[in-house]
Every structure is written in structure tokens, then in C-alpha cells.
Ligand binder design. Structure first.
Ligand SMILES: *Cc1c(COP(=O)(O)O)cnc(C)c1O
Length: 390
């Protein structure tokens, strides 16, 4: 039986009942005969031939992730961005058109808006908060709608059910980056989205010690992605990292509960502080799309943004530099709380027009609420907010 917690699947059974399965740290697999290896190639997407394609430790983690997402099959990749690139490349070819949202993850934005242009693929960026944004942007050659809901800096939602229905009627594939909600709090495949991708580096790994990605879909789609994008881009998961993901999955539900609980307490504190102008988080009733969030998500993670009550960048710097327990760094979803200002990277990665379309204010600060005591986190935020100077 596969569960997130227990490892009593076939791999453990082959290993003296070891409570934690061993790592298959090997590049290739040998066969007894010509016919055996010949047969393995006939079943390329599922066979153990070479670890660039498949590895038992990876496969074991993939089976658990597929179950968790309610998909038939999953493939782990070297990073979240390689999962995104593989899923997109699977869906489009030269001459095709993509629709995505303004506030899609920065490197995804770069890939769609710049890199793919080199191959004759064009992308239209829309706000995405209304289904009409997608309908109006659709062209005869639109082949893919790439979603990220909630978006990871500003948390705009897309109506997954409405987008899935429209896309199916127009013969357009849908891919969603579901990293923010984690597979626990949003099940896009069950709503009708075709392909789900994750940056496993965030909540699924949860320990800030892995960079990895995942693609989840029906069996046929994943088999094609394995045969083409995975085999040819070579963005494979390392067996040791797959083993660490198995470790992480055991505590995912517990960790998400604690992230959510801490986040509620932090938000209650931030709402009461005069230096905080606005909190941007899908789980609070003041959020514009609160009702849609309730409809398509079953919970909220611990990544939120808020606006400091200032447009003076030196005051924003002073606040960020004053935080002690909450560390300054990119990424999120780990055990440790982190702070980041989108202005730092987005002003470098994106064109001024793109940056403006995202509607990000200078005073916007993002925090990833970790697993520390909420009391300690509040104390840290309080001393930093109280001390803000220009
Ligand atoms: C971090 C992130 C990615 C990229 O994942 P990597 O594992 O860093 O390659 C993609 N999407 C979102 C929303 C992310 O936050």
C-alpha cells in the first residue's frame, strides 16, 4: 500500500522490510539477455534502463506524488523550471500561441515571452482574473493556457473550472503551476486541468535542501513527456534527491498544517500594525477573490505579501535589514521563515513594461512563514516594524 507516511511498497519489500527504503544510486541497469533489454526498450517510459530516464527511488516518490495529486502518473525533474519547460514544450510547436498571466513566476515569464520567441512561439499575457481575459486572447493557433493560481507574489487566482471548460471546448491544453497551494490544498487535475507542475523545492521538499520539480498528468501524457522532453532535455532527478523527497512527503500534511496555523497568527498581528498598509493573501475575506479561492482550494499555505505603509525604498530596506529570525533570501516553503522584496529581482529580470503590468508596489514585501514558533515570528516582525526609519 502506498501512503505518504509508510514505505511498505514493493521497493521496501525487496529490502528486508527496511522502514526507510534504500537509495538506488546507479546510472544503469543490466539485463540477463538480448530479449530482456529489447523488451525493456519497448516499454521505454516505465523500464529501468538508464537513470536519466527512470530510477526505482525516483519512481517510488513519483507514485506517491501522483496519488497525492489525483493524477495517473508523475515524473520528477531536476527543478521546478525544468518541469515547466518540459510541460510547455510538450504542448506547443513552432507557430503556436500561448496564453498566460502577467504575474506568472519570473523565469516562466522569461521562457514564454522571450526564449520561445526564438522558435516562433508567441505568448499573450493577461490579468487572468476573469475567464473573458482568456477567451478574448484566444487565437486560432492558441494551443496552451499556462496557469499559476494563486500566483506566487500577488496571489491572483484563475477560475480553474471555467478555464478548463473553455480550453477543452477550444482544443487548448492547460498546464498549471500549483506550487503555492501544494498538492494538499488544491487538486487542479480533479477540476479538469490537463497537466500540473510543481516546484518541489518549495513545500513538497520543505527542508530547503533540494531543488526539484514534478509533472503530473494522465499516463499517456507523462509517457510522452518522458520519451521526449525528459529523455532529451536530460533534466533528471538525482536518486538521492528523490530519496529526500520521500523523506519530505512523510511530514507534508503536518508541515502544511503548521505553516497555515502560523500564517493565521502572523496575519492577525500584521493587520493590527500601523506600518502595514495592506495584506495580500487569498485566505483573508478582504482578498478580492476570496470566494473563488474558497471554491477551488481546501486550504492556504504560508506565503504572503504585504505592503508597508510607505513608498520610500529606504524604509523598506530598513525593515528588511532589521529582521533577525526571518532571514532574507529567495525561494520559500521551507522550515525557516524568509523575507524577500519582489522589487529586487523583478526589476532586473523583467522589462519595465512587464514589471508595471504586475502592479507591484515598492513597499511590497513577501514573507514565507516557516515552522518556528508564531510568538517568536511576531516578536521579530514587531521589532522590525516598530523600528522602521527612512
Ligand atoms: C520557485 C518556483 C518555480 C521554479 O522552481 P525551481 O525549483 O526553483 O526551478 C516555479 N514556479 C513557482 C511558483 C516557484 O515559486
Amino acid at each position: 500500500m502506498y501512503t505518504l507516511l509508510n514505505d511498505d511498497g514493493p521497493i521496501a519489500k525487496q529490502n528486508q522490510g527496511a522502514v526507510v527504503p534504500p537509495i538506488y544510486q546507479n546510472s544503469l541497469f543490466t539485463f540477463d539477455s538480448w530479449d530482456d533489454i529489447d523488451q525493456a526498450f519497448d516499454d521505454f517510459s516505465d523500464s529501468y534502463i538508464y537513470s536519466r530516464i527512470n530510477n526505482p527511488t525516483a519512481k517510488y516518490a513519483e507514485e506517491k506524488i501522483a496519488l497525492l495529486c489525483g493524477g495517473e502518473k508523475a515524473k520528477l525533474t531536476a527543478s521546478g523550471i525544468s518541469a515547466i519547460v518540459a510541460a510547455v514544450m510538450h504542448c506547443v510547436k513552432s507557430g503556436d500561441h500561448i496564453i498566460t498571466i502577467h504575474n506568472v513566476y519570473g523565469p516562466t515569464n522569461n521562457f514564454l515571452s522571450q526564449y520561445l520567441n526564438n522558435y516562433g512561439i508567441t505568448t499573450t499575457f493577461v490579468k487572468g482574473t476573469s475567464i473573458h481575459d482568456f477567451i478574448n486572447a484566444a487565437q486560432p493557433n492558441t494551443r496552451l493556457i499556462f496557469l499559476e493560481s494563486p500566483a506566487s507574489m500577488t496571489y491572483e487566482l484563475q477560475d480553474l473550472d471555467a478555464v478548463a471548460q473553455f480550453a477543452k471546448s477550444a482544443n487548448i491544453k492547460t498546464v498549471i503551476d500549483n506550487t503555492w497551494a501544494s498538492p494538499l490544498y488544491q487538486k487542479p487535475l480533479e477540476i479538469g486541468i490537463d497537466i500540473e507542475v510543481h516546484s518541489v523545492s518549495k513545500y513538497i521538499s520543505g527542508h530547503s535542501d533540494i531543488v526539484a520539480g514534478a509533472i503530473i498528468s494522465d499516463k499517456e501524457t507523462i509517457n510522452q513527456i518522458i520519451k521526449n522532453e525528459i529523455a532529451l532535455l536530460g533534466a533528471k532527478i538525482a536518486p538521492f534527491e528523490a530519496w529526500l523527497i520521500l523523506r519530505s512527503l512523510r511530514t507534508l500534511p503536518l508541515r502544511m498544517k503548521k505553516h497555515s496555523k502560523n500564517t493565521k497568527k502572523i496575519i492577525a498581528f500584521l493587520e493590527s500594525h500601523p506600518m502595514v498598509r495592506k495584506i495580500i493573501f487569498p485566505g483573508i475575506p478582504s482578498f478580492e477573490q476570496y470566494e473563488l479561492g474558497k471554491k477551488q482550494m481546501s486550504g492556504y499555505s504560508g506565503l504572503l505579501s504585504f505592503e508597508l505603509n510607505t513608498d520610500d525604498i529606504s524604509m523598506v530596506k530598513s525593515f528588511i535589514n532589521a529582521l533577525k529570525l526571518i532571514k532574507l533570501g529567495v525561494s520559500w516553503g521551507g522550515h525557516e521563515s524568509l523575507v524577500y522584496s519582489p522589487t529586487i529581482s523583478y526589476s532586473k529580470e523583467l522589462t519595465p513594461e512587464q514589471f508595471q503590468a504586475m502592479n507591484i508596489k515598492v513597499g511590497m514585501v513577501r514573507i514565507s512563514i516557516g515552522l518556528e514558533s508564531a510568538k517568536d515570528l511576531v516578536a521579530d516582525l514587531r521589532q522590525a516594524l516598530d523600528g522602521v526609519t527612512g
